[in-house]
Ligand binder design. Structure first.
Ligand SMILES: NC(=O)C1=CN([C@@H]2O[C@H](COP(=O)(O)OP(=O)(O)OC[C@H]3O[C@@H](n4cnc5c(N)ncnc54)[C@H](O)[C@@H]3O)[C@@H](O)[C@H]2O)[C@@H](O)CC1
Ligand SMILES: Nc1ncnc2c1ncn2[C@@H]1O[C@H](COP(=O)(O)OP(=O)(O)O)[C@@H](O)[C@H]1O
Ligand SMILES: [K+]
Length: 515
């Protein structure tokens, strides 16, 4: 499990550790780790550190101190290091170390700074770290834009300046790094978009914080975690014991959603998939998936004819008319876990009572669906995804899987689970239907809502990557790639770990080309 923490949690742990160490020890550990990563990146880019050009942007706090000390270490190895002192103050000892090592430092001056940034092989962003609050003030905001246009490799110190370390929120200008070197432990904002997208590849430097860290704020499953959690058939398994998932989806108008949700479920490791829905989507499901057991429904109350299931998926393509509402009520009246997606969420926004039941509920909204459920504008959800995923879990009393470029799984009293395995190629109609089928299958296989949602998000992301491999995909391709995704985890074969190489990223490419 990869764990991450808020700024306050990190500060408290640092204080406890610092009390046992001589002053300055932690900053030296941080700077040494930062300089080592920079040296490696310079060697990749220029062949060696000696003679390379490095620009250090130093703000007025300890983040600037880390950057200046790292700059000193690079200068001692022969790099030409120029520091831009951007704050009203500067970390004096760090500055003195840089100058002693042969580096040069000047106050920020727009034209000169732009000139040296244009020629830099590597830029170290030490403007603000976990002490940053709110939108970057000038001249930092202007500098962040300038850095993003610079051709060199951009390395953020601890967090990219302008990204809220505790939430991933970005209010205004922010540095877009190729690599973020973070100290002691991951910060939550490095895993949640838009912060995660600004961080690039994240490298953690151990400064000895481990024993002082509290329970994490958020967590991300690794490939090994998913392998451990996935239900696996044994010698005594049969199709019923492996779990049966029911799919209540599709309508006369929306037939594809039913086909795709069943497709995701069939690859999710259950023993059987039952489909129940109107005659037209039922016919499509039957012809596309002979493996599914199909019950065409004339009336919603006929849902019991579909047979016993261990979990239901409700909503993709269901429509929002009275027939759909009646079907939703019938499914929710059962005593098994229900995953609610798409139109079921639109219905729930109008009929909140649908969410009140004794058995578990997992909802899988995108930002627009959650906006309707909570009655807040979509843009606010997108800007504060972590806060709203948590708020929804608390307010609605359900498990929430909030879809997007990073997917969040929130449940009351548990750390939010973050998934970054996906790819922007997944932004295609119908991929969400595949996800709901897959997550429903894992629920039926016996996983809790929290585990089913986070494993499904992980696998769906990897399946998207496997299917796409850099080319456009259709939702059906994602369903078909699920077995290959599982296999790649089991073989530990090139599976990107969340928050490290989990997103398309190449050191040395201009930040604006990322993603
Ligand atoms: N505390 C520790 O033990 C360690 C801290 N380290 C470094 O120290 C950093 C935290 O240092 P600080 O607490 O000094 O804080 P920072 O250096 O992150 O930021 C605080 C400074 O930035 C300014 N600032 C804050 N928000 C701003 C905004 N929106 N626009 C412009 N300026 C803004 C503040 O006025 C203050 O001068 C960490 O991120 C890490 O890099 C590391 O050296 C490891 C050890
Ligand atoms: N930019 C992105 N990067 C990675 N994954 C994405 C991105 N945009 C969307 N996705 C994923 O694609 C899926 C889209 O689901 P959804 O919005 O429900 O679409 P649909 O309703 O058409 O199936 C979700 O799993 C979501 O997390
Ligand atoms: K920074």
């Amino acid at each position: 499990m990869r764990t991450a923490y808020t700024s306050d949690q990190i500060r408290a742990a640092e204080a406890a550790l610092m009390a046992r160490l001589p002053e300055g020890t932690l900053m030296q550990r941080a700077a040494a780790g930062l300089a080592a990563v920079c040296a490696r990146l310079l060697t990749d880019r220029c062949g060696r550190v000696y003679g390379s050009r490095v620009v250090v942007l130093a703000g007025s706090g300890d983040n600037g101190g880390d950057a200046l000390y790292a700059g000193a270490r690079l200068a001692r190895r022969g790099a030409a290091v120029r520091a831009v002192l951007a704050g009203s103050r500067v970390h004096r000892e760090g500055l003195a170390a840089l100058v002693r090592a042969g580096g040069r430092a000047d106050p920020y001056a727009a034209d000169e700074t732009r000139r040296i940034l244009d020629r830099a092989d590597l830029v170290v962003d030490g403007l603000v770290g976990i002490g940053g609050a709110g939108a970057l003030r000038e001249p930092y905001a202007e500098l962040a834009d300038m850095v993003n246009d610079a051709p060199g490799t951009i390395v953020a110190v601890d967090v990219p300046s302008g990204v809220d370390a505790s939430t991933g929120r970005v209010a205004g200008a922010a540095v877009r790094a190729h690599v973020t070197v973070t100290f002691g432990a991951y910060k939550t904002g490095l895993l949640v978009d838009p912060g995660a997208e600004h961080a690039g590849a994240v490298e953690a430097v151990d400064i000895g914080l481990g024993p002082y860290l509290p329970d994490p704020d958020v967590a991300a499953l690794t490939a090994a975690d998913v392998v451990d959690l996935l239900p696996r058939p044994r010698a005594e398994s049969d199709k019923y014991r492996r779990g049966v998932v029911g799919i209540a989806a599709g309508s006369e108008r929306f037939t594809g959603a039913a086909v795709l949700a069943v497709g995701g479920a069939l690859r999710g490791g259950v023993g059987m998939v039952r489909y129940a829905g109107p005659a037209t989507p039922a016919a499509y499901v039957r012809s596309r998936w002979p493996e599914a057991v199909v019950t065409p429904l004339e009336h919603a109350r006929d849902i019991t004819r579909a047979g016993r299931v261990q979990a239901w998926v409700l909503g993709p393509g269901l429509g929002t008319d009275d027939t759909a509402l009646e079907l939703a009520r019938s499914v929710l009246a059962s005593d098994v876990p229900v995953l609610m997606d798409a139109d079921a969420l639109t219905l729930a926004a109008a009929h909140r009572r649908l969410l009140h039941r004794d058995a578990p509920v997992l909802i899988t909204p995108h930002a627009g669906e959650l906006a309707r459920l909570l009655g807040v504008p979509r843009e606010r959800i997108e800007a504060e995804r972590l806060e709203y995923a948590r708020a929804a879990a608390a307010e609605l009393g359900v498990t929430v899987l909030l879809k997007g470029s990073t997917t969040l799984v929130a449940e009351q009293h548990r750390p939010v689970r973050i998934n970054t395995t996906g790819t922007p190629w997944l932004a295609a109609a119908g991929t969400g239907d595949v996800l709901s089928g897959l997550a429903g299958a894992l629920l039926a296989g016996g996983l809790s809502c929290y585990d089913a949602a986070s494993c499904a998000a992980y696998l769906h992301g990897v399946a998207g990557r496997v299917a796409a491999s850099g080319a456009p995909i259709a939702a059906g391709d994602v369903a078909e790639a699920i077995p290959a995704a599982v296999r790649s985890l089991v073989q530990q074969d090139g599976v990107p770990e969340p928050g490290t190489t989990g997103r398309p990223h190449q050191v040395g490419t201009p930040a604006k080309l990322k993603g």
